[in-house]
Design a protein around this ligand. Sequence first.
Ligand code: SF4
Length: 200
Amino acid sequence: MATPPENARAFELLRDEALACTACRLSEGRTQVVFGMGDPAAELMFVGEGPGAEEDRQGLPFVGRSGKLLDRLMAEEMGLTRESAYIANVVKCRPPENRNPEPDEIAACEPFLMRQIDAVRPKVIVALGKFAAHTLLRSAIPITRLRGNWGHYQGVKLMPTFHPAYLLRSPHEKAKAWEDLKQVVVALGRQLPAPGGRQG
Ligand code: SF4
């Protein structure tokens, strides 16, 4: 989808603001802010937890092992590339030693995510993992119960599912994530890819 110029400009300004942000302690240990990537006019937006070591190094979200799995899930289960979606995280700076982001850090960073979602205006958001799902749905229900059930964030349909990092540790749960992503494809009004490309 083409990016309207005003949307691109709003994104540039928001990115510049995030790159200079020191609103929480995560700014102290970061190499760089990982703002987000993809099509700023995408129909589909993925929201993960926060940058890991590789993301912090490259300045891009989901570029490590989890990112490779996300790319595979998108290609095999959704017939999409990462360039056709927009990908961001709940916190834009890497928590030290990959610890979980603290509630005050999530609260400090959420305005960036809200404004990203407002600028992209996706048809569907996929919340990857418990931090994204809990933050966006204002819920403390375990991700094992939230996943697969539609919710909303700022009026946008939201599908919670497992984080790819969890799927790497628990491959037996992949089938559930596949089912969740299929629901997303249907909600986007797209064709499900032909079966057969999946490698387990
Ligand atoms: Fe700012 Fe978010 Fe980074 Fe905290 S995590 S310093 S709020 S950009």
